[in-house]
Design a protein around this ligand. Structure first.
Ligand SMILES: Nc1nc2c(ncn2[C@@H]2O[C@H](COP(=O)(O)OP(=O)(O)O)[C@@H](O)[C@H]2O)c(=O)[nH]1
Ligand SMILES: [Mg+2]
Length: 382
């Protein structure tokens, strides 16, 4: 029997965590449209960081466009134009000549999404709006139209405005929005968040998720992706003849998986701390227990090639652990979004008997078809 080597586990965690983080890019969103449409406020509503907030410091950019480099998302917040103003006639040049041609934009990772705002209070879709949106699209930008302040509109007004936009046949989605507490929850915020997630190239998706105040679905989606990736990797590790419960690489994979899931939900604890917790509640014991009871569940276990069993057990256990953490985070995050004070106490979770029992039970259930499932998820990705 090998000794459980915590130092190697920590090295493994650090390595895997770094590898993952090195590949993540920060997405950039451009907010465009009329002054007072609610651009700045909406960014504060969606994202965790109080970017684009009045009084929040921005970096100087093209005149009329403020740049807010956030921790996980960058926002270009255009001051917009007022209908009939001097600025309206310059707005197109300002965006397409001054701003998009500027070194700052050209030397960056680009702009992944344009949120184009139409104020429900003004309820006008102007010729300029149409021209600008078409120009963005021609240049290959992903544009969404955001009708804001719908609390200030009658249903009829909203229908008319929507019809006017649809008549232009721009082919971009339209989201009806308001931050008014009485109707905000029934608006299309989650749909906007989801659309943006979908159009982002892979390397930008994860940091976008970190930045989000909303998007429970997307957080869970990202967690599930991470779970299947780790489960597949664990299956590979388990195929070696090392007893799986003592393999630092495996605990590393599981710790980094938990680390990723927590990050999606906005909790930041280093993966080596998690690995410490995992081993201090002796996940190796748990692994042995799971392995032992799982072995009993496999008919004629003695005749099965050792590697095959290890792969199954390692994968099933990793899957069950990730699944359990994601479910707990989802529940907590929902409560958080409802304004309740909650914290995700990972130490308490990992040492809770209920949680461990649930994971063990689930791993036992999963072992039957986990390898096929891994394969399905790999095929899905192609
Ligand atoms: N009624 C209503 N007012 C809003 C809404 N969103 C923003 N506002 C208000 O509209 C004003 C302009 O918002 P702001 O975000 O600064 O607009 P921006 O110029 O497009 O950045 C502020 O007074 C906001 O409080 C909304 O959904 N409904
Ligand atoms: Mg503003």
């Amino acid at each position: 029997m090998q000794e459980f080597d915590q130092k190697r586990v920590e090295e493994e965690c650090e390595k895997q965590q770094k590898q993952w983080e090195a590949n993540l890019k920060k997405p950039t969103v451009l907010l465009c449209g009329q002054t007072g449409a609610g651009k700045s406020q909406s960014a504060c509503y969606i994202f965790k960081e109080n970017i684009a907030e009045v009084g929040h410091s921005s970096e100087p950019c093209t005149e009329g466009i403020n740049y807010y480099p956030g921790t996980n998302v960058n926002i270009y917040d255009s001051e917009g134009y007022e209908i009939g103003s001097e600025r309206q006639s310059h707005y197109r040049d300002l965006i397409f000549k001054d701003f998009l041609q500027s070194d700052k934009v050209k030397n960056s990772d680009g702009i992944q999404a344009v949120w184009y705002y139409i104020s429900g209070a003004a309820a006008r879709f102007t010729n300029l709006d149409e021209v600008l949106i078409k120009e963005f699209q021609l240049l290959g930008y992903h544009v969404a139209i955001l009708i804001t302040k719908i609390d200030e509109m009658s249903d009829e007004q909203l229908d008319q405005l929507t019809a006017a936009i649809q008549k232009a046949q721009l082919g971009c989605p339209i989201f009806n929005l308001s931050i008014h507490p009485q109707i905000a929850d029934t608006c299309d915020w989650e749909k906007l968040v989801s659309w943006t997630y979908d159009i982002l190239p892979e390397v930008f998706k994860e940091r976008y998720i970190f930045a989000l105040n909303k998007g429970l679905e997307e957080k869970s989606k990202a967690a599930k992706k991470a779970i299947w990736l780790a489960t597949g990797t664990a299956a590979g590790v388990g195929a070696t003849p090392i007893p799986l419960s003592d393999a630092p690489i495996l605990v590393g994979i599981q710790s980094v998986l938990i680390y990723k899931i927590l990050r999606y939900y906005g909790v930041n604890i280093s993966s080596s701390t998690i690995s410490g917790l995992l081993s201090s509640i002796s996940v190796s014991q748990l692994g042995k227990m799971a392995a032992g009871s799982l072995l009993k569940l496999i008919p004629a276990a003695g005749q099965v090639v050792g590697g095959a069993i290890n792969a199954t057990v390692a994968a099933a256990f990793t899957y069950a652990l990730g699944y359990g953490i994601n479910e707990l985070c989802k529940k907590q995050a929902k409560e958080m979004m409802e304004g309740k004070e909650v914290t995700i106490d990972i130490e308490q979770i990992l040492s809770s008997k209920d949680f461990i029992q649930q994971v063990t039970k689930m791993a036992a259930e999963a072992k039957g078809n986990i390898l096929e499932k891994i394969k399905e998820h790999k095929d899905d990705k192609k």
